[in-house]
Design a protein around this ligand. Structure first.
Ligand SMILES: Cc1ncc(COP(=O)(O)O)c(C=O)c1O
Length: 385
């Protein structure tokens, strides 16, 4: 035997652990890229780019998914909120009630109309609007309510709907993070007067750019929305009120139609990943996994845990090449944007505490079980020290 062959292999350094991202759209594209390219080719061949057949078909398909009669495609989830508020009659100077724990767009849509956001606290276990806050915050100037289904979990809609009906206030659902989620056997989007969806690329149903939709059972609201998204035009070059240019483009609609066929499978994979996280986290003290109330089906846009040592935990995960994100570090009432409204720290204790403690872990359909174990092992290691 040659001396060379006798030599043992030198010890190898441990391979660097694989980075676990917050979400990974590239594996989705690897799986469906061919269908997407075929759909794009169809639009390019048609040379119709705005408000065409793809958009109309998508409106019907999304409305059917949500269990309502009408869908009106627009350019973003933010526009969907602005137009829905306007179609429900919100005018400058009106007040709109909404939870303070949400993405800033929910509030800025109200402000964009010259209306005033009036914030409300959340339930600490679901992060969604506390229905008992509505009675406390409503005033004679209140003109609408927005309920946000944060992280993919429906807000507790029965008492919210009952309150809105008792005050004859239109109720708008912000479903940007929750397409397909279920509350009491019904899909979100079918519970209020109108509901707003975002197809921002990282959403559970994400386009390759911005786009959004309003869904509603009201023929009257849908009929108001169609001109509003297109310069207020009720006929070609005839406008009876100011509107917006917020039209759904055909390329995004065609992409979304491909992805819509996979949405149920993707949501199933998200739910199975969430179940695995929750099973493993049961052994880890001091960490609160997300709560799924009876009768709700969470779609886990985010899998969000709570820890009193959140910032240190996030650093610990980052040092182990595990991404995590705080959605959202500043409740809306404490945003500099709303300083003039006069809210102070302490006004909404549940939302403020959540902002200090929540942490969203990696979550996407293709996340592997061994990656989930690694995330939970890293959390358990942190909790011990
Ligand atoms: C709760 C919520 N509302 C509204 C929006 C706005 O949607 P878009 O980004 O499509 O304008 C988002 C998007 O991130 C959101 O998360």
């Amino acid at each position: 035997m040659s001396p060379l062959r006798k030599m043992s292999t030198p010890p190898q350094p441990n391979p660097a652990p694989e980075f676990i991202p917050q979400f990974d759209l590239s594996c989705q594209y690897a799986a469906i890229g061919e269908e997407i390219r075929t759909a794009l080719e169809r639009v390019l061949s048609s040379q119709q780019f705005v408000l065409g057949r793809e958009g109309t078909a998508l409106e019907e398909e999304i409305a059917a998914l949500c269990g309502v009669a009408h869908g009106v495609g627009v350019a973003s989830g933010t526009d969907a909120l602005i137009l829905a508020l306007r179609a429900c009659g919100v005018e400058p100077g009106d007040e709109v009630l909404l939870p303070t724990s949400t993405f800033v767009a929910t509030g800025s849509a109200v402000s964009a109309l010259g209306a005033k956001p009036v914030f409300a606290d959340i339930r600490p276990e679901t992060y969604n609007l506390d229905p008992s806050e509505l009675e406390r915050r409503v005033t004679p100037r209140t003109r609408a309510i927005i309920a946000v289904h944060l992280y993919g979990l429906a807000a507790d809609m029965d008492p919210i709907v009952a309150f809105a009906k008792s005050r004859k206030l239109p109720l708008i659902e912000d479903c940007a993070q929750a397409i397909g989620a279920v509350y009491g056997g019904r899909r979100v989007g079918s519970l209020g007067n109108a509901a707003c969806l975002s197809f921002y690329p990282t959403k559970n149903l994400g386009a390759y750019g911005d786009s959004g939709m309003i869904v509603t059972n009201s023929a009257e609201i849908a009929a108001r929305l169609r001109p509003l998204r297109n310069h207020g035009q009720t006929a070609k070059y005839l406008s009876s009120e100011p509107g917006w240019n917020s039209r759904l483009d055909e390329i995004q609609a065609a992409i979304l139609r491909v992805k819509l066929r996979y949405l149920a499978d993707w949501q199933g994979a998200r739910r199975s990943n969430a179940a695995e996280y929750t099973r493993l986290l049961q052994q880890v003290p001091g960490i609160m996994p997300p709560h799924e109330p009876e009768g709700c089906e969470h779609v886990y846009h985010q899998y969000t845990i709570r820890s009193e040592r959140r910032d240190a935990l996030q650093q610990h995960l980052a040092a182990r090449k595990i991404a995590s994100t705080v959605y959202y570090p500043h409740p809306l009432h404490l945003q500099p944007l709303y300083a003039q409204l006069g809210y102070k720290s302490g006004h909404f204790p549940h939302a403020e505490r959540a902002a200090k403690e929540v942490l969203s872990l990696p979550m996407y359909p293709e996340l592997r079980k061994d990656q989930i174990s690694r995330v939970v092992e890293a959390i358990a290691e942190f909790v011990k020290c």
